[in-house]
Design a protein around this ligand. Structure first.
Ligand code: TYD
Length: 213
């Protein structure tokens, strides 16, 4: 089972993915659960992440950025995600191809057919079974991110975009959910962490039962 987490910067999805992993590991054993993130998740992917996010690379062309995300993705799919799924593991991924559709497609306004085609090559057509979308409004997400930055978390190149950019990204996520309501599960991410986690847990349990895992 392949589960992804999506949302705007600061929506809390990384925390939720980590908490779900703890529960699933307690239930199924550590071996059965793989948690990873994009961009990154592999040694090569983490190097690519460094290039994409470096504030030194402020003049990176949108197409370069797009191809680098997909380069990292091709690696994580080949090296980690497909092998884990082939062993019937549960894979949790903090961001995946939908982030590219939202940020580079809707946000940067690259040609959508091209974006979909390249994602298709990078993933070999591998799509998640379930995608949790944590919804927070843009101002709340940016405020949380700034708090994180004040606590010493990295501020990356994607964190310094315009408000218009984030509006387009969010609208893109909404459109994707409308197009595929079975895969997407949207939750209000502004609520307490434990409450959101409770819902994620019960949706996951239900999907695992349906899939007869
Ligand atoms: P990260 O520090 O992992 O932040 P977050 O907790 O918000 O996921 O940074 C990931 C950033 O990269 C985030 O701003 C979204 C962006 N991104 C894209 O623009 N396209 C992509 O395909 C992916 C995977 C991420």
């Amino acid at each position: 089972m392949f589960i992804t987490f999506e949302g705007m910067d600061g929506c809390g999805k990384s925390t939720q993915a980590r908490l779900l992993a703890e529960t699933l590991r307690a239930q199924w054993g550590a071996e059965k659960v793989v948690v990873t993130r994009e961009p990154g998740g592999t040694e090569i992917g983490e190097q690519i992440r460094g290039v994409i996010h470096s504030l030194r690379n402020h003049n990176m062309a949108p197409l370069t950025e797009f191809l680098l995300y997909n380069a990292a993705r091709a690696q994580i799919v080949a090296e980690l995600i497909r092998p884990a799924l082939a062993q019937n593991k549960i894979v949790l991924c903090d961001r995946y191809a939908d982030s590219t559709l939202a940020y580079q497609g809707y946000g940067r306004q690259l040609d959508m057919d091209m974006v979909r085609a390249v994602i298709g090559y990078a993933t070999g057509g591998l799509a998640p079974d379930v995608t949790f979308y944590l919804d927070v409004d843009i101002a709340e997400g940016l405020a949380r991110r700034n708090q994180g930055h004040a606590r010493g978390e990295e501020l990356n190149r994607m964190d310094v975009q315009t408000r218009d950019f984030y509006e387009r990204v969010r609208a893109g996520y909404v459109e994707m959910q409308r197009a595929d309501p079975t895969r997407w599960i949207a939750l209000d991410g502004a609520r307490p962490i434990a409450q959101v986690q409770q819902e994620i847990r019960s949706h996951t349990a239900q999907r695992l039962r349906q899939a007869k895992v």
